[in-house]
Design a protein around this ligand. Structure first.
Ligand SMILES: [Zn+2]
Length: 403
């Protein structure tokens, strides 16, 4: 199954949320079950773990571990067949929410490990690997004499083609005049670049490749990146250039080593550019807006060109019901902790209200953007600017097509 941008984003967000949860003791349970595994065996294992947990000295840890296992057992009850990719379940007591939280994840790719883990944090590495390995890049190492074209998927590299050129060396000059010799070299180089470009244009034409990185020892990497050789679609995908010692497989490996930083840098840079654009518009003209209400309105009117969402914006649109007076209300919950402390009590009858439905605000906005042809950009809080966007603008902004 192919995971699209949106699914991946959702998946990464879930991982991030789970990553933030810390146990007071070793009391957070992670369970990975591959699709071909027997559920009954897992149930037996959990029951064993449950009785063994009775030996845990700390009373609160014991209680938390056992209730987490119980929660997982409950969700496995009645399950005979696992989803096609298997399942990952996380359960543990969350201090701030004063309850056992459970998260069931059906991953976009097959779960490979069968793992039970009890720690003060959730075991998320196997899930992270699933997201990482999905990114594909084209990698080209080229000089005037050689070219190697490869595909990079996660940390795996696949050579598509590697070949040498027919460019004559100085030693084969023979009886040609200097001018004629130079012309021959020029022509041979041109043929070499053309051959490489044709392969690149053909291999990377679909949207599977997220970006292209071109490397090599000399100027060939810049020469080939022109309209004369690469088509427009491919050129738009060029993420950057990397200097390497050679244009063979070792050159590809060198690019791979350097590309990890490059990909990251470029993503950070792109993010910076989009925030700069937003900030400039928000302070200058009127072609930008921020805040949930304003942005949602602009989206509905089809005015939004780019929707900006902070990765750390975790607002929920919730339906809340009071069991006493039966009053239902829609509310935006910005901070669960705050809500549990203050918003949970019904102002009328002072009963504790229940959240009966919950939707992710970012997801809703992204859907609206999709419907109206707006582009959605997620902004991380890894940079100062990203943090500023989150803190000063609530993590919701939009660059408008018009006012
Ligand atoms: Zn009430």
């Amino acid at each position: 199954m192919k995971m699209d941008q949106k699914e991946r984003r959702k998946f990464q967000k879930k991982i991030k949320e789970l990553e933030k949860i810390k146990g007071r003791g070793t009391e957070l349970i992670s369970l990975y079950i591959p699709p071909d595994h027997n559920v009954n065996q897992e149930v037996t294992r959990l029951k064993t773990e449950y009785s063994e947990a009775a030996n845990i000295k700390s009373k609160s840890t014991r209680k938390h571990v056992q209730s987490a296992i119980k929660t997982i057992l409950q969700s496995l009850k009645g399950v005979n067949e696992l989803p096609e990719n298997g399942i990952a379940i996380f359960a543990g007591y969350v201090d701030e929410e004063n309850e056992v939280k459970k998260e069931i994840i059906t991953p976009p790719e097959k779960v490979q490990v069968n793992l039970y883990n009890c720690d003060d944090k959730f075991e998320l590495e196997p899930l992270k690997k699933l997201v990482e390995s999905k990114e594909k890049y084209g990698v080209v190492a080229i000089d005037s004499k050689n070219a190697t074209i490869a595909k990079l998927k996660g940390k795996h590299m696949e050579i598509i083609q590697s070949f040498g050129s027919q460019v004559p060396s100085k030693h084969t000059k023979g009886g040609w005049s200097q001018r004629r010799f130079e012309r021959i070299i020029k022509q041979a180089k041109h043929e070499h670049y053309k051959k490489a470009a044709n392969i690149i244009n053909k291999e990377f034409q679909d949207d599977e490749i997220k970006g292209l990185i071109i490397g090599g020892p000399g100027q060939a990497k810049d020469k080939i990146d022109s309209d004369e050789y690469l088509n427009k679609k491919i050129r738009n995908k060029v993420l950057g250039k990397v200097s390497t010692g050679y244009a063979d497989e070792s050159g590809i490996k060198e690019i791979m080593e350097k590309a990890q930083d490059l990909i990251q840098d470029l993503e950070v840079q792109k993010e910076r550019e989009i925030i700069d654009k937003f900030m400039k518009k928000i302070t200058g003209s009127e072609t930008a807006t921020y805040g949930l209400k304003q942005v949602a309105n602009a989206l509905k009117k089809g005015k939004v060109e780019t929707l900006l969402l902070s990765e750390d914006m975790n607002w929920k649109k919730a339906k809340i019901k009071c069991p006493e007076c039966g009053e239902e209300k829609e509310e935006i919950i910005k901070d669960k902790k705050e809500f549990k402390k203050q918003g949970i009590i019904c102002p009328e009858c002072e009963e504790e209200r229940e959240v009966i439905e919950e939707k992710d605000v970012a997801e809703k906005l992204e859907e609206l953007a999709e419907e109206t042809g707006a582009e959605t950009k997620y902004i991380s809080t890894d940079t100062d600017k990203g943090q500023q966007f989150h803190n000063a603008f609530g993590g919701i902004g939009a660059i408008l097509r018009y006012t």
